[in-house]
Ligand binder design. Structure first.
Ligand code: KG4
Ligand code: ZN
Length: 345
């Protein structure tokens, strides 16, 4: 079984072909970093226009690379949300057109489910259930993953997502775009102890997250600094990364008591080596297995969308050509709104 996956929910245009044997036959990711860099963040309309230009040729390139035609594919999986709605519509409509033209089933994939199941693409031994820390540009959640389509949200952020905090910190320090990798690079040579920063919600009973206070503390502390040189930039990046990691570890430690199975991390921020090492150590202390996909599979890609398609197709969970595009689409629709939450999908 082979699934063609399309991803276009943010600023990466991506196409991949993945088999049910976990073989990634081809995977391409076209980053739009150059277009968005002058604005210091993703401009939704620019992103949508770039998807229109790149996505269809990339489908042809990926099929060509694998030496396959549409006839050889068993289903078309496209991200149907959540994300920037213009881009989501481009990918979903392209997926519908390909499904219609080929007569193959459509799988309308939740981007978050793509991240949530990506560790199972990377690790054939990872069975359900597992405790998932999902850390990306728009989300920071702890989920009990009980099966495909079966997610119990244990915790979420009450304000900013952690990726957002990395991106804002990068902007404050003038480290450039995209922010997460820039902060990680700068932090490598920094001294975290130079700047004391808060660790919001540390020790709180419920495993929720908060990053807004940490983000503002970075800004205040930076603005008060007399000499804003490269050394200070690295030290502040390290102080922020250490504080954010402490929060992730403390909150995840609470959630370990609430869910069985290995500790798994996924999403763009999971490509951060400092965070991966801290979570691996946490899992070790609790005698739990730790699983993290390779960094390229953590940041946005289409292989994870194709893989979620493989998992859903195997269960017969196909969609109709009427599948809607969704800006918001929670993995656990039943989860209660958390006090202070800036209500996110
Ligand atoms: O999963 P993703 O690629 O897109 C979303 O679904 O949001 O995550 C993007 C987020 C961005 O905020 C980016 O700055 C962050 O992941 N990120 C990182 C690193 N690489 C990407 N954050 C920290 N360290 C990194 N190495
Ligand atoms: Zn993502």
């Amino acid at each position: 079984m082979i699934v063609l996956g399309l991803e276009s929910s943010c600023d990466e245009t991506a196409v991949a072909l993945v088999g049910d044997d976990r073989l990634i036959l081809a995977s391409r990711i076209a980053s739009q970093d150059e277009s968005h860099r002058p604005f210091g963040g993703v401009v939704p309309e620019l992103a949508a226009r770039a998807h229109v230009e790149r996505l269809t040729p990339m489908v042809a390139e990926v099929l060509g690379e694998a030496g396959l035609g549409l006839d050889d594919v068993d289903a078309i999986a496209a991200t149907a949300g959540p994300g920037l709605i213009g881009g989501v519509m481009v990918g979903l409509v392209t997926g519908k057109a390909l499904a219609m033209a080929s007569g193959k089933p459509l799988l309308a994939i939740n981007h978050l489910e793509g991240h949530a199941l990506s560790p199972r693409l990377a690790d054939a031994d990872l069975e359900f259930p597992y405790l998932l820390l999902l850390v990306s540009g728009g989300h920071c959640q702890l989920l009990a993953v009980e099966g495909v389509g079966r997610y119990r949200r244990l915790a979420t952020t009450i304000d900013d997502a952690i990726g957002e905090a990395f991106d804002k910190t990068s902007k404050t320090l003038g480290l450039g775009f995209p922010g997460g990798p820039a902060v990680e690079r700068a932090a490598r040579v920094g001294t975290a102890a130079r700047f004391p920063l808060p660790r919001p919600l540390l020790g709180a009973d419920e495993p929720h997250f908060s990053f807004a206070g940490l983000k503002s503390a970075v800004l205040r502390s930076w603005q008060q600094l007399a000499v804003q040189d490269d050394a200070a930039r690295s030290d502040m990046a390290a102080a922020f990364q250490t504080a954010a990691t402490d929060c992730l570890v403390d909150r995840t430690a609470r959630a370990l008591a609430l869910a069985d199975g290995p500790l798994v991390v996924a999403g763009g921020v999971a490509s951060n080596q400092h965070i991966r090492a801290a979570l691996a150590a946490l899992a070790g202390r609790h005698g739990r297995r730790f699983v993290a996909p390779p960094p390229w599979l953590c940041t946005d890609n289409a292989a994870m969308i194709a893989w979620a398609g493989v998992e859903r197709l195997g269960l017969g969970l196909v969609d109709t050509l009427e599948a809607p595009a969704r800006a918001r689409w929670p993995l656990d629709p039943g989860a209660a709104t958390v006090r202070g939450a800036g209500v996110r999908a």
